[in-house]
Design a protein around this ligand. Structure first.
Ligand code: SF4
Ligand code: SF4
Length: 457
């Protein structure tokens, strides 16, 4: 059976919900800089959606860069590798950026960056078997910025059984269109944008690779803001089989479900649908490049780009080793955690406030924002005034007011019935709420209570 072309799926539809967060942040103009690896790194063994990895090193071991630190049999997990060479000082629970206690490997960097196997570009990598390419991506621990391991989203349409064999997930719906996400999740993030500008040749190779892995002939490049199809960075990567599609930059349109609808005009089936249900797969540029490095160079994911911003600092985009302490990243960018009123990892709308400067950067850390007292928003326990603004902006078409009222008074089962777990914690509802109710906090609290109850805790 011939593979469907897929470009018939490109039917852009205006994204009308969510909110307009204003013009892009100046961080989009800052080139990516290399941050030197610090002396001490804390590498969590869970930097992905699934179960945490089991450690494969012990205290006192000498490790080389790229050496396996932990792995798991869970198909939704991704292995974790050493971002530097050096000595294992500890394997113990530490806080991660989500405030969870996660088993973490603490490494003392010897400054030599000795690889267990140095990355080496293979000229004929596109000729490898698809199963070998997918295995390389899985073994390299490549994770999308939202924590989803990349290998769990790939499967050639004609090989669903091979896919089950490789990753243990029975996915049988074919992909017809690859959506290459060159947008960033929030205005203070510029990771995909900078990669689009700085690495056009790698992007062309990476898109070809992912098209082959997904078994599609066509891809759409999602762009927005001041970038159009005629902009130089877009023209540098576009060619036959990759169509640039301009998207209205209303937050949170870059979320995979919403972006799929904005590009294809098709609604994802409610309540448990995924982009694949309408024939699409969304992949961030950073994940595509990490996948390319895994297949072409044999390089595991040991670093990532992080946008660091703050009103009192020069915004920067830094390539950072995974496990680098948050305080070191802020200091390198010219700030100080102990003088900040608040430090947020992951964007101002949907991120997590941090108080421990030793928290390690993970594969899910797209940005760090340092705020002063003048930037803080104070939430209140005021009652809902029933204005309905939160309902109007919710991109998932939920009733945030109803759901959070249930949670506030501990009616958790009712909150689940109101689709609590469909909430993507984007923060739009809390942003517009005139009563300044901590709506996202209620959502997070509600989910934690329900999950604890289900686990019998
Ligand atoms: S209820 Fe959830 S998905 Fe809807 S606006 Fe609020 S945080 Fe976003
Ligand atoms: S925006 Fe705030 S006050 Fe208005 S309905 Fe929603 S929760 Fe209530």
């Amino acid at each position: 059976m011939a593979t469907p072309v897929g470009d018939d799926l490109i039917r852009p539809k205006r994204f009308r919900r969510g909110i307009d967060l204003g013009p892009p942040h100046p961080v989009i103009a800052q080139p990516i800089e290399e941050m030197p690896a610090p002396k001490l790194l804390h590498v969590p063994l869970k930097q992905h959606y699934g179960l945490r990895c089991e450690p494969r090193v012990h205290v006192g071991d000498q490790v080389r860069m790229g050496q396996l630190l932990g792995e798991s049999a869970d198909p939704m997990a991704a292995p974790v590798h050493a971002p530097v060479s050096g000595k294992v000082l500890a394997v113990a629970d530490r806080l991660d950026p989500f405030g969870r206690k996660v088993l973490t490997v603490t490494l003392e960097n010897d400054g030599r960056d000795e690889w267990v196997e140095p990355p080496r570009e293979a000229a004929d990598f596109m000729g490898r078997k698809i199963s070998a390419m997918m295995r390389a991506i899985r073994m390299a621990g490549v994770v999308r910025g939202d924590g989803v391991p990349v290998h769990t989203r790939l499967s050639p349409p004609e090989r669903p059984k091979a896919y089950i064999f490789l990753v243990g997930i029975p996915v049988v719906k074919p992909i017809r269109l690859l959506i290459v996400n060159a947008l960033d999740a929030e205005p203070t993030q510029a990771v995909n944008r900078r990669l689009l500008v700085e690495r056009p040749e790698d992007i062309r190779q990476g898109v070809d690779l992912f098209k082959k892995l997904a078994g599609v002939k066509h891809a759409a490049l999602a762009i927005g803001g001041d970038l159009t199809a005629s902009s130089a960075p877009v023209r540098a990567v576009v060619r036959e089989g990759l169509t640039p599609v301009s998207v209205d930059l209303r937050y949170p349109v870059s979320q995979p479900h919403l972006l799929t609808t904005a590009i294809t005009g098709r609604e994802i089936p409610w309540p448990d649908g995924v982009p694949r249900d309408v024939g699409a797969m969304v992949m961030d540029l950073e994940a595509i490049l990490a996948g390319l490095e895994a297949v072409r160079d044999g390089k595991p994911q040991v670093d990532r780009v992080v946008s660091v911003t703050g009103p009192e600092m020069t915004s920067r985009n830094l390539r950072v080793r995974l496990g680098t302490p948050l305080g070191d990243v802020v200091a390198f960018a010219g700030g100080a955690m102990d003088q900040a009123a608040k430090v947020v990892v992951g964007g101002l709308m949907s991120g997590w406030a941090q108080y421990d400067p030793a928290v390690g950067i993970t594969k899910e850390t797209r940005s760090v924002t340092v705020l002063g007292p003048q930037n803080l928003v104070r939430f209140t326990e005021q009652l809902c005034v029933k204005c309905g603004r939160c309902v109007g902006v919710c991109p998932m078409r939920l009733l945030p007011n109803v759901m959070t009222n249930f949670i506030e008074f501990s009616y958790f089962d009712e909150a689940v019935d109101a689709e609590l777990f469909k909430c993507i914690e984007c923060g739009c509802c809390a942003y517009v709420c005139p009563a300044k109710r901590p709506l996202v906090h209620y959502v997070k609290h509600g989910k934690a209570e329900v999950l604890a109850k289900r686990a019998g805790r």
